[in-house]
Design a protein around this ligand. Structure first.
Ligand SMILES: Cc1cc2nc3c(=O)[nH]c(=O)nc-3n(C[C@H](O)[C@H](O)[C@H](O)COP(=O)(O)OP(=O)(O)OC[C@H]3O[C@@H](n4cnc5c(N)ncnc54)[C@H](O)[C@@H]3O)c2cc1C
Length: 384
């Protein structure tokens, strides 16, 4: 395997910190402990126990940059020493009121300003549900009629998107739009495609995300490419597998429709790799960000880049992993001069709890990935 640990260099991590990270991943690899922890956390918060400082020293430190942009700057600089850039992600999730949406919207604008000042930040990122109500999007996605108040709400979302994208264009900082649950994804795709058609005429400013765990998305990607060619705009694409598999399957079962997710991991992997091939072979029409921790897929992408005669640091191709995960891939890519950036979530500890719980649940569900992290840390400890 090419992504060995030997390229990982931590100047700031002590042996003690590696041990605590190991214990953390061991806890995360156990589904029952994670579920129990989630319940204890909820009880602790209700009882006002001083639980947040414990979280900040453990899970938060592993997976987040800081409570705000300033606190995250240390992490950005540290990664930058190893040719790894940062995509700051204001990870306050699950909010449902306009004050929170407005706050997130302002934070995205702040992020764009920060990116303009700091060349270690190549992109900004946001979720549409960070600036608009989930149930509003769900209603539009299902083609249901909107009330007058909801029409105003939708207009507010469109205005916010316009201002974010204009600023991104003026600053020349590309912006990634995350993909979410399938029952709101059609409207996200529609909004993102319209924005690409407007802002991606000469350079790529807007990136939409394609989830290849969905069995319809490889074909969608090819159709989108044709649309972009006809309408003469460039595609910006973040290519991922998808984060909501269990939720998608549970809903499909409950509501008795066919799940949009591939039935097997092999099919999902095949589509991810086929999409990577298709995109790299059509690189003249697009710019890409591969968001994956999968070593095989990363190796395939690197090989495809070589076959197409692309240099390692071709500006049209980025790789990205989440902070605290798959450092062996990120450090390898940085070492060999590929464009690589960590997604660095940040926000007040209490507010990023839903993100951290999702991280913990995903780690306990994808045991293969967590076990790889455990093996990697054990190897690093041995070499200390
Ligand atoms: C930088 C970055 C940005 C991301 N942005 C988004 C985003 O915007 N939206 C989003 O939804 N996700 C996003 N993700 C998460 C991503 O979709 C995956 O959940 C996560 O990265 C794990 O997949 P993997 O490619 O790393 O590799 P792997 O560990 O090889 O794959 C695990 C993934 O494979 C799929 N899978 C597992 N088992 C099966 C099965 N039986 N059948 C079908 N599929 C299966 C699932 O998607 C699972 O998450 C992002 C990830 C990264 C690193």
């Amino acid at each position: 395997m090419i992504f060995s640990n030997k390229y990982i260099k931590y100047t700031s991590k002590s042996k003690y910190e590696l041990y605590t990270t190991l214990i953390l991943f061991k806890i995360l690899s156990n589904k029952n402990i994670v579920q129990l922890g989630k319940k204890l956390l909820q009880i602790g918060l209700k009882l006002n126990l001083p639980i947040l400082s414990l979280i900040k020293k453990t899970v938060f430190r592993q997976f987040c940059g800081g409570e705000d942009i300033i606190e995250s700057n240390q992490k950005i600089a540290e990664l930058g020493k190893y040719n790894i850039q940062t995509i700051l992600d204001y990870s306050v999730e699950g909010k449902n009121d306009d004050i929170s949406f407005n706050h997130t919207y302002n934070e995205i604008l702040k992020n764009l300003e920060e990116a303009q000042k700091n060349n270690l930040i190549p992109f900004c990122v946001f979720k549409i549900t960070g600036i608009a109500r989930f149930s509003l999007l769900k209603k539009i996605n299902a083609n249901e009629a909107l009330s007058e108040a909801e029409k105003v709400e939708f207009k507010t979302l469109i205005n916010r998107l316009e201002i974010i994208c204009k600023k991104a264009k003026n600053n020349n900082t590309p912006i990634l739009i995350d993909a979410e649950e399938s029952w709101i994804q059609n409207i996200i795709d529609e909004l993102a495609t319209n924005l690409m058609a407007t802002y991606n005429k000469d350079t790529v400013i807007i990136y939409n995300t394609i989830q290849l765990y969905r069995s319809d998305k490889l074909e969608y990607l090819k159709r989108l490419h044709q649309t972009a060619k006809q309408q003469r705009f460039k595609l910006g694409l973040k290519i991922v597998r998808g984060a909501y598999m269990e939720k998608e399957r549970e809903r499909a079962k409950r509501k008795k429709y066919q799940s949009p997710i591939h039935t097997t991991k092999i099919n999902c992997d095949q589509d991810y790799n086929a999409a990577s091939k298709y995109c790299i072979q059509n690189i003249k029409d697009m710019q890409l960000c591969f968001g994956t921790h999968n070593e095989k897929s990363t190796e395939i992408i690197i090989t495809l880049m070589k076959q197409e005669g692309l240099s390692n640091n071709d500006t049209r191709i980025y790789f990205s992993q989440l902070l605290g995960m798959s450092d062996n891939i990120s450090f390898y890519l940085g070492h060999f001069n590929y464009n690589v950036a960590k997604y660095v979530p940040y926000g007040p500890v209490k507010e990023v709890l839903p993100y951290l719980i999702r991280r913990a649940e995903e780690n306990s569900a994808i045991t293969g990935q967590t076990n790889r992290e455990i093996i990697r840390i054990k190897e690093l400890l041995k070499a200390f």
